[in-house]
Design a protein around this ligand. Structure first.
Ligand code: GLV
Length: 329
């Protein structure tokens, strides 16, 4: 039987490519930049599977242009870049990579909390600049993280990982989620469920861990920012459009809140006008899951979904498993 044909939209970690190559005919997009939509279509034409990244938009038009496609394996836990409804209608299985990146992303959220509160990036720049004149009692004063109140919005695996880390800093942990966590989880993490309004008003740090959905788009808008403490710091390692970035820039400029630590942006890789110039921000280029070990696990997981599918099994991370009965193998 001919091997399944797979297009991989970037040079992903070796663990994933090796697994794919053991079972499939694999072609890999050779550039560091993402393919344009047309380039993606041209390269994936006639293929059975697409392994893609969150930078690729897989919508109804792309799926219609690739009628031979049977499975899309997204190398990310968030899959807002894939139109799942259109894929389900087209009979295409979609998979993601949940679970393997939770601790790595929670680590980065905490890095942003600490770096923004303690002005680590500004301090580093001063030390290197040659303008540092020595220890100063009024120099680079920041905000304490220990014993502060942390508000976690989105209490899934990553949000809970952040709560677990917060215990070491003896923080008071509040959370809000569409679904309240079971009592034993709340108890073990010492996290208190509150309304969104309460969370916004009471937290010193607000960390976002919701998926991007119509209900979470601009969840943090001018009104939400207006409810926060003037000393509050917002951290986002989820998806950029959860924050109205223009409203955030205005709030940071006007002193409505004290700072922001961001790993994701509304229109990546572009930043909202004025954001890059603000000293009270720490801005990272979407590296939440970017550890060597985790990216390798993500690539392997995506590959495993493809390989399992072509072996006739149920891909372990299928997001629309109902489609399996009617896809072409
Ligand atoms: C990264 O942002 C992911 O969703 O995996």
């Amino acid at each position: 039987m001919a091997k399944p044909q797979v297009f991989v939209s970037r040079n992903i970690p070796q663990a994933g490519l090796a697994l794919l190559r053991a079972h499939c005919e694999v072609s890999v997009w050779p550039h560091d930049r993402p393919p344009t939509t047309q380039e993606l279509i041209d390269n994936a034409r006639g293929k059975d599977a697409l392994v893609c990244l969150l930078t690729e938009r897989i919508d109804a038009a792309v799926l219609a242009a690739l009628p031979s496609l049977k499975i899309v394996a997204n190398v990310a836990v968030g899959y807002d870049n894939v139109d799942l409804t259109a894929a389900t209608q087209a009979g295409v299985v979609v998979t993601n990579t949940p679970g393997v990146l939770d601790d790595t992303t929670a680590d980065l959220a905490f890095a942003l909390i600490l770096a923004t509160a303690r002005r680590v990036v500004e301090a580093d720049a001063l030390t290197r600049s040659g303008r540092w004149t020595g220890w100063g009692i009024m120099q680079l004063l920041g905000h304490d993280v220990h014993h502060a109140t942390l508000g976690i919005i989105g209490f899934g695996r990553i949000g809970r990982g952040v709560a677990r880390r917060a215990r070491g800093f003896e923080m008071t942990v509040l959370y809000h989620d569409a679904l309240r966590a079971p009592e034993d989880v709340e108890r073990s993490l010492e996290a208190r469920y509150v309304t969104l309004d309460e969370l916004l008003r009471q937290s010193d740090f607000i960390s976002l861990h919701v998926p991007l959905l119509p209900q979470t788009h601009h969840l943090i808008d001018a009104a939400a920012l207006g409810k926060m403490k003037r000393t509050a710091i917002v951290v986002n390692t989820s998806r950029g459009p959860v924050i109205d970035e223009a409203a955030l820039v205005a709030a940071l400029k006007e002193g409505t809140i004290a700072g922001a630590g961001l790993d994701v942006y509304e229109h990546e890789p572009r930043l909202a006008p004025g954001l890059a110039a603000l000293p009270n921000t720490v801005l990272l280029p979407h590296i939440g899951s970017a550890s060597i070990a985790t990216r390798s696990k993500m690539a392997e997981m995506a590959a495993q979904n493809v390989v399992t599918f072509f072996a006739g099994g149920v891909p372990p991370n299928a997001l629309n498993p109902d489609v399996l009965g009617r896809v072409r193998r």
